[in-house]
Design a protein. Structure first.
Length: 275
């Protein structure tokens, strides 16, 4: 256990994405995380003004004794106007926010196909910013968009980060389901470049489902096991969708997700220690 801002963090911390409590707000995510025993929070920068303001986030972190370990930049299609519309400006503001709240990772989606100038300089730009800021920028795997029988490649240089020269990658297990990717093959291919995990599940529909882990077809337990055996040094972030749930269902789903993660990480660690 390593101390961080007075809070003990295990070797593989399990954190809660603020997106997991939507449509409840960011403050609610900190309350859930503290009450349930999550090791930290990932802040999805969103329309909720608290997610954009370092002082408010620090106050919530201190109030609940829950550190902010990562920031998810507003690079989703539906958050294009948050932190401005200029892509590098959004990245830079996300890095500034991470620095101000003590987060060590910024999660970034790859550029959209229509962001050609941004895409052209993307790899070099994130490498430079990582070097200058000291903050890990972990590019997330995405998926092709499907409209009827059409497949649209919406991201540049591609939705799959494995063949790209990114130093750090976020693996999202809901996105592997939507893309039809083999998550365990991706873990093996990425090796030490895999530095961040969004833990969720999916059944492989066209929708990005973000199910509770264990309720879909993804090898969530196998991925957690592989992280332990590979000496993973990043964070596991529970990023599920609870927006259609009642308050009671949301709470139970967050508890279930944390328990799933703790159980499989502990089992893998026990095997590793006995080996």
């Amino acid at each position: 256990m390593a101390p961080r801002d007075g809070v003990a963090i295990p070797d593989i911390p399990v954190t809660l994405s603020t997106a997991s409590v939507y449509p409840e707000n960011c403050a609610s995510a900190f309350q859930y995380a503290a009450r349930m025993g999550y090791d930290g929070v990932e802040v999805m920068v969103w329309t909720d003004p608290v997610t954009q303001e370092a002082g408010a986030l620090r106050a919530l972190s201190e109030l609940h004794g829950v550190p902010i370990l990562s920031i998810h930049a507003p690079t989703l299609l539906i958050s294009q106007r948050i932190f401005g519309v200029e892509p590098w400006g959004k990245v830079d503001r996300s890095l500034e926010l991470a620095h101000e709240v003590g987060a060590r990772t910024v999660v970034l989606h790859p550029p959209f196909r229509w962001q050609k100038e941004y895409a052209r300089d993307f790899t070099d730009g994130i490498a430079t910013r990582e070097h200058d800021s000291g903050i890990t920028i972990a590019v997330e795997n995405m998926y092709p968009w499907r409209v009827g029988n059409r497949v649209i490649e919406a991201y540049l240089p591609h939705w799959d980060p494995v063949p790209q020269p990114y130093d750090h990658v976020t693996l999202d297990l809901s996105h592997t389901a939507t893309a039809g990717s083999d998550a365990l093959e991706m873990v093996a291919a990425l090796g030490p470049r895999l530095t961040h995990l969004h833990l969720a599940d999916g059944i492989g529909s066209m929708k990005d489902e973000h199910l509770v882990p264990g309720r879909g077809s993804q090898p969530c337990a196998g991925v957690l096991d592989a992280l332990v055996h590979n000496g993973f040094a990043g964070s596991v972030v529970v990023e599920i969708s609870t927006r259609r749930m009642t308050a009671e269902q949301r709470e139970m789903s967050l508890v279930e997700s944390l328990a799933f993660c703790r159980l499989h990480l502990a089992a893998a660690l026990e095997v590793e220690e006995d080996a």
